[in-house]
Design a protein around this ligand. Structure first.
Ligand code: AMP
Length: 398
């Protein structure tokens, strides 16, 4: 089957066409600045060049039309007609408490996703636009919704409740949901496979360290705790997001800076994290690493603060699971940045973890980076959220 995987943002649409038998990416691309001046589509067929074309896209339905046109194009296309696209898998950010697994999309599911809009006002409406645009253009093609939150629905109450008046949970469903679930599920499964073990017998901590970052404790195949919360702002220090902080800081800074709470939250989302901490130097770890090497003290402090936060979370999840067998690193930073991995793991001598420096210098590959006699296995497992979405889609439409 050929599965079109769609990840829709408010002004963007990322896509991949994946053959489910070979699990090969036939083509991938990105529509940017949808509904804004200067919109463009970048398309790359397998074994082909990446090409960007400026095209007017007034809305997401236009974007889906261009995606289909590229996929079926005589020169850069990879299928002959729309009929060769067997199903569409949509990445949906928030499924609230309603969705604990992926589902085939129908009218009732669309309504239920709409009801979660309140919890992810920036993401879910955009995801729904993607669903509706595909429905309009490919009404007969089955579609599946794969939720970022679903994998974490196994968390026990003690992990998802906040220390707030209980009525806020009852009235507004204010609780920890967690995100990156597709990645945490994929990576923990793959880690067990690589080790030749059953995931149900393992305690795994997955560190998804990308521009957005989160950590999950996976006990016997189930998410039992995760660092992101009601929104993706909680937890680790990220590219531009602050992660955990004293909530009283918001009102304190609002007063000092004459800003509204919404403006401060925007700063916490877009101007904070390693970007803010490094004095606006960069949110990219390559730049920060280089600056630290060149002697920039603030860049060094930023990277130390970042790794310390990751280590604290790992420590707390060791406590939550009463042990750990595997620590897996994934996503842009986790897969590529050996100094962050080394700095994080240096906190776990007490767990008997010893880093194999040579193995740890390998980039972007599946590799065990702890020494063979380490009590806990540390490893790198590249994530592949699109493939995970394609697999879920096939499972549900077959
Ligand atoms: P992601 O959100 O998973 O795409 O991760 C993006 C982040 O990964 C970037 O901001 C970079 O900081 C980091 N990254 C990507 N490639 C490298 C690399 N080769 N070395 C160090 N960091 C990298």
């Amino acid at each position: 089957m050929n599965i079109l995987v769609i990840n829709c943002g408010s002004s963007s649409l990322k896509y991949q066409l994946i053959n489910s038998e070979s699990e090969e990416v036939l083509a991938k691309g990105l529509c940017e600045r949808i509904g804004i001046d200067g919109s463009a589509i970048t398309h790359q067929p397998k074994d082909g060049e990446k090409q960007t074309e400026q095209v007017a896209m007034a809305n997401h339905t236009d974007a889906v039309k261009y995606v289909i046109a590229k996929l079926t194009d005589e020169n850069v296309g990879v299928v002959k007609t729309l009929e060769e696209i067997d199903a569409v898998g949509h990445r949906i950010v928030h499924g609230g408490e309603r969705f604990a697994s992926s589902v085939v999309i129908n009218e009732e599911v669309i309504k239920a996703i709409e009801e979660c809009n309140d919890l992810a006002p920036l993401h879910n409406p955009a995801n729904l636009i993607g669903i509706n645009s595909c429905k309009e253009i490919m009404p007969k093609v089955p579609m599946v919704a794969v939720f970022d939150t679903a994998f974490h629905q196994t968390m026990p109450k003690k992990a998802y409740l906040y220390g707030l008046p209980y009525e806020y949970y009852e009235n507004y469903k204010v609780r920890r949901y967690g995100f990156h679930g597709t990645s945490h599920d994929f990576v923990s499964k793959r880690a067990a496979e690589i080790l030749g073990k059953n995931r149900d017998d393992l305690k795994i901590i997955v560190c998804h360290l990308g521009n957005g970052a989160s950590i999950t404790a996976v006990n016997k195949g189930q998410s039992v705790d995760t660092s992101m919360g009601l929104t993706p702002l909680e937890g680790l220090i990220m590219g531009t997001r602050s992660g955990d902080m004293d909530p009283a800081i918001i009102s304190f800074l609002c007063e000092k800076e004459g800003k509204t709470a919404a403006e401060m939250i925007d700063i916490c989302n877009k101007k904070s994290g390693v970007y803010g901490l490094s004095g606006g130097l960069s949110s990219d770890f390559r730049d920060l690493g280089q600056a630290a090497e060149d002697g920039n003290e603030l860049a060094k402090a930023t990277l130390e603060t970042y790794s310390y936060r990751v280590a604290k979370y790992i420590g707390s999840y060791v406590a939550a699971m009463n042990g750990v067998d595997v620590i897996a690193f994934t996503a842009g930073v986790g897969e590529n940045n050996f100094s962050v991995r080394e700095a994080v793991l240096s906190y776990f001598g007490y767990l008997g973890i010893q880093v194999d420096k040579e193995k740890n210098s390998i980039r972007g590959e599946e590799v065990i980076i702890s020494k063979p006699d380490s009590k806990v296995t540390a490893m790198v497992v590249p994530t592949n959220e699109e493939l995970a979405i394609a697999r879920e889609t096939v499972r549900l439409v077959k």
